[in-house]
Ligand binder design. Sequence first.
Ligand code: T1G
Length: 697
Amino acid sequence: MTTAQPHKVDQSREGDVLILTIQNPPVNAFGVGVPEGLHAGLDTAQNDDTVRAVVIIGGGRTFVAGADIRTFDLPREQSPDLRGIVDRLDQFPKPTVAAIHGTALGGGLELAMSCTYRVAVPDAQVGLPEVKLGVLPGAGGTQRLPRVVGVQKALDMMLSGNPIKATEAAQLGLIDELVDGDLLTGAVAFARAHVDVTPLPRVSEKTAEGGSPELFAAARAALGKTHKGQYSPGLIVDLTETATHKPFADGYAEEGQKFMQAKDSPQSRGLRHIFFAEREAGKIPGLGKDTPQTEIRSAGIIGAGTMGGGIAMNFLNVGIPVTIVETTQEALDRGLGVVRKNYENTAKKGRMTTDDVEKRMALLTPTLNMDDLKDADIIIEAVFENMDVKKEIFGKLDAIAKPGAILASNTSTLDVNEIASATKRPESVIGLHFFSPANVMRLLEIVRADKTSDSVLATSMALAKRIRKVGVVVGVCDGFVGNRMVHRYGDEARKMVEEGARPQDADAAMHTLGLPMGPFEMSDMAGLDVGYLIRQHQAKVAGQPKPDGWLDRIVEQGRKGQKTQAGIYDYPDGRKPVPAASTDELLSTYRQEKGLTPREVGQDEATKRLTYSLVNEGAQILDEGIAQRASDIDVIYVYGYGFPAYRGGPMKYADEQGLKNVVADLEKYGQTPAPLLKKLADEGKTFADWDKEKTRG
Ligand code: T1G
């Protein structure tokens, strides 16, 4: 008989076993109502002598996926008391069995580790991902995990934040039994088989094996590289070390304090912001689950260059066959060769088998004939950035593609409305802007053209998730969102150098902020000639004089960037940028000729000018409706341009600095604040406020 509790835990009986089923969809986060329901269940178990064991299981698709992240900023007394439950289970007088399917993550695994036993279905996953939210396991995880799986494995799991499969967890002793067949049946049988065990085994009474001063020193040393600029990883190492030489209670108390410190850090706020922003980005007002979608069973790609090949890999990786078109056999062979080589490199690193490589390559069909795309459910054009060429291709596709096929362009800046005008089916045309390398970068800008149908948009969003991309809907304008903002950022960086900064000063400022590359390292990597040709073309079209900026002069010296081993920087080893004397000389001559008096540009000024140029353009983009949310812009910058997730993205970073301060600094350094930014600052609001008001409609 099941008695549904006013809380989020149902109680039922299987003979002498009490079953507590957590019902908090969609992922059984340990939210308000869950601890209360578990306490009610444990009271039943404690006060009823006919109950000899307890099974705790998740309702729906998973066990507990962790503490409810939305409650982190609640006052302590309103926050669900996970530690209270964990403490009670740790000392519970009757055997308790956590029955795991789906995921047991964070507080979910901590809950399970405080039970007497843990059983799981083989495809379940367990882990402590708290570091990805800028915190640390706060309900005993740093003290229990090392006591179960040993110090090194515990550090690997807590610092990577990645889950392990239940099969591996069983080998490590973290899972006591794998259940083939029905989980609940298996868990009840396991509980029954252990009702007479005394004393009950308790994880908190084990010892954490395998620690050593060298191991912890190495773990700390690695953090500078693996978790640059982050706060909670160091605390995780400290607490793991504590678990090796202090009593459980002491380590547990220390963990509680350190968790509260980490939870209130700007880095945790940034990482939690991105966690939810990524999920919000997938929601499009007006598009619900009932929006019809096309089933994508096959894809066609036009162009087997770096982008076309990389895009193809995303489909092959999830088993979607791809027909790839080129104009010459040589280009086809080269393109397929690159795809194969990428997979073989992955196989060499042990991340896939040679059999996997062959399976993926077997799904890739090369052809010189565009007619072979006639049955594809989606066709992605990935040729070079020329409108005439793209329109010609889309005109041909219009005649070849089957009715209802999605016709997508991978353009990074061009007008998707104009591309769509080359077809008689503009409702089927959309932009899918992949970021290079397309098989690695997770961001996918989904460019909604004026006539793109809801069904094509919904299908594209679902496809993004299926091919493991983070899809963000953007509107049509030059550069959409990411590249439009980066153009402004590049303008400001070039202006700073005109005023006296060295390129490496601008790049260093961004490194300090946590970006892997600054504006000039990025330009050198992309190729300086790309921007050069755009500037020359734009000046010609506008009837303006030929541009003669310092960067134009560098290109005219034949220094096109990393690809020519010389650009703004020199590349003696082919990859690592080294400040170039020739750039210093060119700048000195340039400034003399232009009558520019160089001045020192400090790091604080450089950071503000560069970061706020992104924020300012982002505010303008929001105002024009090109992006749906400020948090969407954050997702674009974190996943597409390496903005540190622990800063939350440029717009979140601006909120943290205070928009009034951002406006003051923009004006101080000669940039005009965008009207929306100015308005929010004047009203004492944040971009987050704007998002809330906007989504409230
Ligand atoms: N809290 C609140 N909401 C959550 C949540 C969580 N822990 N996990 C997911 N959601 C929401 C999510 O926002 C989305 O909402 C919906 O559930 C589906 O999620 C003390 C402090 C479990 C692998 O970090 O990794 O425990 O958009 O789209 O792709 O030590 O969710 O539908 O409104 O991601 O199937 C540790 C985070 C917390 C796990 C499922 N746990 N979640 O993936 O669905 S900190 C985590 C995930 C902690 C303790 C500490 C994934 C998933 P909406 P989804 P999915």
